[in-house]
Design a protein. Structure first.
Length: 158
């Protein structure tokens, strides 16, 4: 944040020097102040992801696996519908996403860019978990998301 603020201040002062001639020279001359040094984000190892998925309630296992192995963002994976998942071909189609709009909440819409609309391969190793999830928790309607489908957290209603 500090580096971005510094770059903005430097740009404003360059305008004051070059265009408005309000200053003789730009006082923003701190070497390296415009460079961001973001910490590396932690990433789970494969064994940790599998352990996490196994420790989850069965309703959410496929969510962890698909999010991880298809490299989906939260807004993308939470917007998936049955029609977006092809377990025969082993692909997930990202065609919409949830984004948070200040003052409104979560809004469903297309991805921000054309590159956001994509078809992603799903590793064959997680397809059984994905098929089990669809059978247990998602109705057959192509536009359905995860629903109870006569089962409650993996337990059949009697």
């Amino acid at each position: 944040m500090a580096a971005k603020s510094y770059r903005l201040l430097r740009a404003v002062l360059m305008t004051a020097v070059n265009e408005d001639e309000l200053l003789r020279r730009n006082p923003c001359r701190i070497p390296g102040a415009d460079q961001e040094k973001a910490a590396e984000r932690p990433v789970l190892a494969l064994a940790q992801v599998l352990k996490l998925a196994e420790s989850m309630n069965e309703r959410y296992r496929a969510l962890v696996l698909v999010t991880t192995f298809a490299c989906l963002r939260w807004g993308e994976v939470s917007a998936l519908q049955r029609q977006d998942i092809d377990t025969d071909a082993g692909v997930v189609r990202v065609r919409q996403t949830f984004t948070e709009v200040r003052g409104v909440g979560m809004v469903l819409g297309p991805p921000k860019s054309r590159a956001g609309r994509r078809v992603v391969s799903v590793p064959a190793a997680i397809l059984p978990a994905l098929r089990e999830h669809l059978a247990a928790f998602v109705d057959d309607n192509p536009e359905d998301k995860a629903k109870a489908k006569g089962k409650k957290a993996g337990k059949k209603r009697g």
